[in-house]
Design a protein around this ligand. Sequence first.
Ligand code: ADE
Length: 373
Amino acid sequence: MFRDLYSELDSRKRTKIKSARLGSNRSIAHNNSMSRKPDEKLANSENAEEISPANGNTTFLDQTLRPNSWDEYIGQTNIKENLKILLEAARQRNHPAEHLLFYGPPGLGKTTLANLIAKETRSQLKSTSGPAIEKVGDLASILTNLSAGDILFIDEIHRLNKTIEEVLYPAMESGSLDIIIGKGPSARTIQLELPPFTLIAATTRIAMLSAPLRSRFSGGVHKLEFYTDEEIEKIIERSAKILGVKIDDEAKTEIAKRSRSTPRTANYLLKRGRDLAQVKEQGLTNEIVKEALQMLNIDELGLNAEDRMMLQVIEDKFNGGPVGLNTLAAALSEEQATIEDVYEPYLLKLGLIERTPRGRTTTEKAREHLKKN
Ligand code: ADE
């Protein structure tokens, strides 16, 4: 549909775009019916049996667990309802959807949503990430190689460099790409018209995005929330079916409880439980789940050794805090970004730490938990 629209662009402009296609695109991964990897194609099959790793297809396991339609997509109800309206309205207007930004802690499904939107709108998805786009030329190449109606997914968009970010503004706003050819007095700017496309970007660090970039996501800035235990249980049930694993209710509840309210972790724990059950030639019972989780050093709140270490360090070395982020990062030999993106969101959600203007502190609940573990 968008291809028809695009074909109406005057041929002079299209020739210009064609001539600007800057060769191969090493910073991009394609995901569409033509260029998709064989296993991705299977993941879109209507017959879930065909994609079951129990039947031997294990290469892209995590992709096979991704939902293929809104009906299969569990949780994030508010975002889901808003997106369905936005996409349907765009479809009725015969237009690509407006640009979307998803943010939230890792593992909550930002990439999953981008893939799902591509499937639901039958668009071609082209994926890249902020750090993969090193030069303006990389972005120019990606943009000029898009076809009308494509979805461009940029993960970790907060890591896009500022000069490149500025090239993205007119591309998002008016579908034009301004690039400078040459240097010094002979330098000139050329403006290329891009095919209509939708940018979907994801970030774990919304605060690092500049206001001008944020404001260009005309389809909205959407925050992904932690999932409820009930939603996680449904996701585990669905994943177990796809994996061909029989799991009892208690085991499902136990995995959900320790999944950090995150589908990626839930699926990871399910697979580790499945491995142990398989090697022991048993079903996936609560006992097997508990044993697998103990081997992984994951406690009953879903904390791993690193989470507990962070709590212990605040407690022991800094007397329960407050301790500043950089001091804490140095004490843990961790990157500040890892503490902020990976450890803190779930510890904050559980009420095990607090963020005060003077730094991080542990709570009474954390002290109780550390005594038990
Ligand atoms: N797998 C990962 N995230 C999911 C979700 N939100 N719904 C269903 N399956 C999923």
